[in-house]
Design a binder for this molecule. Sequence first.
Ligand code: AMP
Length: 464
Amino acid sequence: MCGIFGIENHPEASGFTYLGLYALQHRGQESSGMVSWDGDNMRVERGMGLVADVFRPATLERLAGQSAIGHTRYSTAGASAFLNAQPIVVNTANGPLAVVHNGNLTNARGLRRKLEKEGSIFQTSSDTEVILHLMARNPREDVVESLLEALRVVEGAYSLLLLTSQGLVAARDPNGFRPLALGTLGDAFCVASETCAFDLLGAEMIGQLDPGEVVVARDGAVRRYQMGKAAQPSRCAFEHVYFARPDSQVYEDSVAQVRTQMGQVLAQEQPTDADIVVPVPDSGLCPALGYSRASGLPFELGMTRNHYVGRTFIQPQQSIRDFGVRVKLNPDRRLIAGKRVILVDDSIVRGTTSRKIVRMVREAGAAEVHLRISSPPTRWPCHYGINTPRKEELIASQHDVEGIRAFIEADSLGYLSVEGLLGCLSGAPESYCTACWTGQYRVASEAQDDRQKVLFPIHSEERV
Ligand code: AMP
């Protein structure tokens, strides 16, 4: 997961990066950080927590310069710790070098072992640091050459930004797993995981980085390179299901439109007799709207989300832990009681949250609860940067749909098909990665199952 933002050739680079990160907060809440470059010095600030907690006006003033890159982190590889907060900054023979990364390298462990044997000393447990070591060991006059050299041996998913004394560099892996959008703001060049960051700044999107592309911006001028590594386009479709913000354009599609259409197709594929359609907010909002439109059943905001519960919500005792979902979501008895409810959510991971939600809706007086999911069953862990648990913890890898229905205690359960989902996206079906639903991994991972640390680092019931 993670959100990245960078800007070059702007007098208020750190202030605008702060805003860009603010818009990308949904992509990671564990830690956040930024580095700036003023032509002489690189200055960095990192901290655990939300963007608004890490940066103060004085910090932004200290982060002087015309260019900056920043990061919001939700760890997929490496522990959730200050040590691993990005940007990672190092000094090389060619001057300081900073990197932020969204994605997950699939051969980082092997590369790291090799580098360590040859004398490299790593500062973090993050996969991203491998790229810096590879670059530092192979200094070239042109930083792009040294990056291209490093990326030749790196595999997996990466949307990267580097801040160097030679400019801001952006790179996207040859499969294009994670998004990365390019924009302009007056004479400045900016780059972001999602376009909602551009909207906040008043920047204009000029396109995406192509898979395998490296872009360098210096003093407002942009050079584009191709790595020339052949790979099958493998854009993450889960960005559209859950991860991205609805007001972003991801790849070539509007996230909100795609999600709404997923709900429409879901209604066609998984119809049922009921009285109202209720979203599980926020991720179920668009698909529920689509489901309601296609089925003709009324849309009701039968459940409200408290937006002020962070991932770090304190749960000191077991008795309080049980409030997890209730603290975030409250079903509205006045809208639900006596009704046959179609509840729409985007995905089921472990199934524990879904079961609690179904129970809550029933306790609020629903006559029936039919759960509809706007993506296919999540059966396989992601090795490309989305936080999913080990295979055994994914309920859909252990049970068929009827078994899942019984576990979550719904009256019926229906998922969107893979074909139905891909039909909602405007790219060719084979250009998207669907590994979490189909097990068809596009790039072999050294991790397969053993890499998986305890993902969803806090309590699963908080992830509603
Ligand atoms: P579960 O109880 O594990 O089935 O949780 C399902 C909920 O987690 C759904 O409401 C999803 O919106 C949400 N979800 C799906 N994928 C993720 C993810 N990678 N990180 C956090 N939450 C997620």
